[in-house]
Design a protein around this ligand. Sequence first.
Ligand code: SF4
Length: 471
Amino acid sequence: MKKKLQNSITNYTARSRPIGVGKRAYIKTFGCQMNEHDTEIIMGELSQIGYKFTGDPTEADLILFNTCAVRENPERKLFGQVGDLAALKARRPDLIIGICGCLVQQQTILERIIQRLPHVDLIFGTHNLHRLPYLLETVLETGRKVVEVWDEDQGIVEGMPVQRVDDLKAYVTVHYGCDKYCSFCIVPQTRGRQRSRRAGDILAEIEELGRQGYKEVMLLGQNVNAWGKDLDPPADFADLLWRINDVPGIERIRFTSPHPRDLTDRQIETLRDAPKVMEQLHLPLQAGSDAVLYRMNRRYTQADFLRLVEKVRSAIPDIVLTTDIIVGFPGETEADFQETLKVVEEVQFDSAFTFVYSPRPGTPAARSTEQVPEEEKRDRILRLIALQNEISRRKMEARVGRTEEVLVEGPSEKDPERLAGRSRGNHWVIFDGPRELRGEIVPVRITAAQTFNLFGELTSVPAPAAAGGRA
Ligand code: SF4
């Protein structure tokens, strides 16, 4: 076991041997934005040693699965997809197959991967992403399977190469891990305790993004607004937001996911006052019943949550409020579920990510003997989705006639003749306009709404220098 240095910082050492020149890599990413950003780092590392990328696994020299332990059936999906590659590996023994990410941080799953997927060459975890070039080199040189999974981090590695998939919006991790230990969640085990990056390192990364022409940053952390609590001296997430607000070039700041318990008055004031911090807040409710919230170890009550929403809405009446809700948590009764519906009715979230509870091995909730039958969970989630969709549709329709500032991302995927972009509240807006507007922030008058999309027309095309800022 290596000695842990709390929040020690090391700088990434680039591997100079170009072992990937002439080779292509295919990466399959499961799960959340944190994983998507880890994949951008993996691509950065691979690119530095010469790899190019392909979307077709059959033409790849390296196939890597970046796994998730949070979403449903991740293990089954992984075993199915990697299992299917056994025949390809038999035909092409030089193909390297790798697995990384949260799933392999769980000892029992790691053992099953090693036993049941013998054609996998490389396995590494969430704490040693920076070691990928070395591990890959070892596989290539020795021809042996390499398994390196650390059960805890060895501090923060700064300066990791990143190959970003977007050139307007960028993910920036502000802290790793989580200290909250919600009883349904595997993250504290797979990602470790909370470790915040230093403000200076985060700002340096964002300043560089601003110089490169990025317009928007999405700050990532499992419990993002707890950033800084573990620093010495401790810092407040609101201070970080204000400092990012001053970065030239960056026009928009978003963050995910905050925890209700860590949402301070200063953070709410910052949401209201910092011009580049978007009027959008994803505030996970998880459940409406106090009994369920207690068993989830969320450490707030329904009344606490409602008070917080009231505080946020009185500071920023127009805020777009979204949430996460789990139904069918162990022991959840119909009466408990009715409390969730009651909160959804009362808060009127703009949208919600709804999940049917499914046990994650190794979490306290998975050991509960009060698991809710599947048909009850299904019935509850359908009722919840029906209610939330109706609320979402009404809230979207209420935007018709308003003018929204939209960051133009390019042609709409569904209708490439039209443009699409995000409003300040993060709604997807589709409208007509010239393609040269990509990257500009433009005013769009909303003319129609669906449950998940807004449609509109350009009211004017501002000069690029005048774009952005709060109306
Ligand atoms: S705060 Fe989020 S990441 Fe942390 S334990 Fe709870 S659900 Fe998991």
